[in-house]
Design a protein around this ligand. Structure first.
Ligand SMILES: NC(=O)c1ccc[n+]([C@@H]2O[C@H](COP(=O)([O-])OP(=O)(O)OC[C@H]3O[C@@H](n4cnc5c(N)ncnc54)[C@H](OP(=O)(O)O)[C@@H]3O)[C@@H](O)[C@H]2O)c1
Length: 282
């Protein structure tokens, strides 16, 4: 398949580059496929003529989105509509990557695809708008994921390892529950989803759940690092954007659609740690 990937410098796009063997991948730099420019989207889609477009590009800095709401709306919402129109004109399938932050975190069991959304942040609201826009392409898949990281990129794993390497004491929130998910596991699942033509809305996170503190503890145990780590609450660590206290996503629909390639979060973490990290190699 001819596959066009947006947001080429991001951590998920990098995982797609590494895992989507057997397909013709096009990952234009953001200066060429700038999501804020409708003309750039139209021109790249019509020249590449993809069968699948994976939208990995997004304004992902959750706190910055609060003060730059117009830009967040443009990149995470409006631009997805432009992509959907371009895909529709091309007859391509659009895979839109979305987020657990479309939920408010008040649930007491994992969120299913049909559960009502209620985002609490600009990031969550604009990503939800992106879901609505993506659905304007007849052949679309909206894959919600959470707490993405891998050996490369700016993410929680590399932040923790770098902080510990500098000997810093770490206080990490222990009252937000979710599922850390590796970019490589998500990329492998999206590959099968594209090959098998999955459509609609599907939750694509690692199995199990933990807190950010639990995740940090597992990272340091997995690496054999004696870090100075202690738990704190969300209230101890105020941020501009509100985050859901509970954003575990139910993967039953995904498992009913075909092969489940996303492991338990702890197993996925060990896979990444075993291979080493690129940003914080030690
Ligand atoms: N990270 C998470 O924890 C998480 C959780 C749930 C869902 N998601 C979703 O998963 C997808 C992939 O996220 P990720 O973690 O790979 O994020 P990422 O590493 O921040 O990658 C996003 C990429 O989009 C690029 N981008 C920003 N503005 C753009 C524009 N105008 N045109 C083209 N590209 C632009 C960014 O470039 P710059 O860095 O130069 O701005 C960045 O390379 C996103 O849709 C995100 O919303 C992420």
């Amino acid at each position: 398949m001819r596959v066009l990937v947006t947001g080429a410098s991001g951590q998920l796009a990098q995982a797609i580059r590494l895992t989507w063997s057997g397909h013709d991948l096009f990952l234009p730099e953001e200066s060429i496929l700038d999501l804020s420019q409708q003309s750039a989207i139209q021109s790249v889609v019509s020249s590449v003529r993809p069968e699948v477009v994976i939208n990995c590009g997004a304004f992902t800095q959750v706190d910055r989105c609060e003060s730059e709401a117009d830009l967040a709306q443009l990149i995470n919402g409006t631009a997805v509509g432009w992509l959907a129109e371009a895909c529709e004109a091309q007859g391509a399938m659009l895979i839109q990557v979305s987020t657990d932050y479309v939920f408010d975190g008040t649930a007491t069991r994992p969120y299913r695809e049909e559960d009502p959304t209620h985002p609490m942040s600009v990031y969550g609201r604009t990503k939800l708008e992106g879901e609505r826009q993506a659905a304007r392409c007849r052949r679309h898949l909206i894959a919600r994921t959470s707490w993405l990281y891998d050996a490369w990129g700016k993410n929680f794993l590399n932040t923790m390892l770098n902080a510990a390497a500098q000997g810093r004491s770490l206080r990490v929130v222990d009252d937000q529950r979710g599922a850390p998910t590796t970019c490589r596991a998500l990329a492998r699942q999206l590959k099968v989803a594209a090959e098998e033509g999955w459509q609609g809305l599907v939750h694509t996170t690692c199995a199990g759940e933990t807190t950010w503190h639990g995740f940090a503890k597992a990272i340091f145990e997995g690496k054999g690092i004696a870090a100075d780590l202690s738990p704190c609450t969300t209230a101890d660590y105020p941020t501009p954007a509100r985050r859901p206290a509970y954003s575990v996503l139910d993967g039953a629909r995904r498992r009913s659609l075909g092969p489940d390639l996303i492991p338990h979060w702890h197993e996925a973490l060990l896979e990444v740690l075993k291979e080493g990290t690129t940003d914080a190699r030690r």
